[in-house]
Design a protein around this ligand. Sequence first.
Ligand code: TXA
Ligand code: MG
Length: 336
Amino acid sequence: MTPVIQINPAHPEAQLIEQAAAIIRDGGLVAFPTETVYGLGADAMNEPAVARIFVAKGRPADNPLIVHVSDRRMLDQVAREISEQAEALIEAYWPGPLTLVLKRRPEVAPPVSAGLPTVAARMPNNAVALALIHAAHTAVAAPSANRSGRPSPTTAAHVLDDLGGRVEMILDGGATNIGIESTVLDMTGRVPMILRPGWITEAQVAAVTGAVTRAASLEALRRSPGTRYRHYSPRARVVLVEHDAAASLEAICKEYLKTATVGFIGHTPSAIKDANFQTIILHADAADYASNIYAALREMDERGATVIIIEGISDAGAGLAVMDRLRRAASEIVGA
Ligand code: TXA
Ligand code: MG
């Protein structure tokens, strides 16, 4: 079974970091905390090691990975032609939850980029992650440490549930503080483009770069929820009620209760009292939703919910990133 190693999140023990770094250098897999979610790391320059990430996660080979660096100089080993705009974003937001898509260097193992001429890179704002990458002396490719399609892990226990027996080591640095994945920003075009919304908002990017655009698929997602690729999903069926939905939450819950064991995740404590009705109540803000939503989805599975009704929040600020994940997790979206 995979060892789960408790490590001090603020002052990681050097000897534990060295053990984990040796696994990375030898082509193995180590799961580690970042400020967003847990990552599943391998040496980004080692093709067989990177290939193992895809196998362990059951991840489609056409979905590229994010490369993690511990200092600005390490970025030059994986990316090239870094623009002034990109440098300004790095200065403003690294270490932090902002991933930049840049031109890749040929030394990066090709499966990292899934055949693309680019590489996605970020510097995580987490002492364990930074110490591990630094000690490994190599950039570390790391997708979220969940089985493909499952909610991202925000604790070591989530990682163990999904990947136990499939990785060499899990570093347990406690629960992650942000709870949803980084913003992915494509810097290869004339105007930076948000490919995945995250904790760093569009306004925060624009404050540095002036202009910023959004990949059209974000809008398309809301319009055609049936056609997109399923993601971030618990076993139960997820019904997302948008914050501006016309139908009442209570009426929707009552309807599902006729045929399902219903779990409710939201900020309005429901009036419904029923033995088959499980509730997890959050504060109606992006920060509380972000840090709890993935754990809540997994928890509802454990409680035996067959349908999870989620009360949405506004798209304002980082709310967009939370709602992006929830819209992808949902089988059904109740809108305005
Ligand atoms: O916060 C995070 O970003 C976490 C932690 C572990 O750092 N990582 C993470 O990785 O969320 P993953 O693999 O679950 O998501 C990577 C995202 C995917 O949407 C992928 O398509 C995109 O980054 N991506 C990676 N390389 C890319 C590239 N070269 N061009 C465009 N998108 C890329
Ligand atoms: Mg992921």
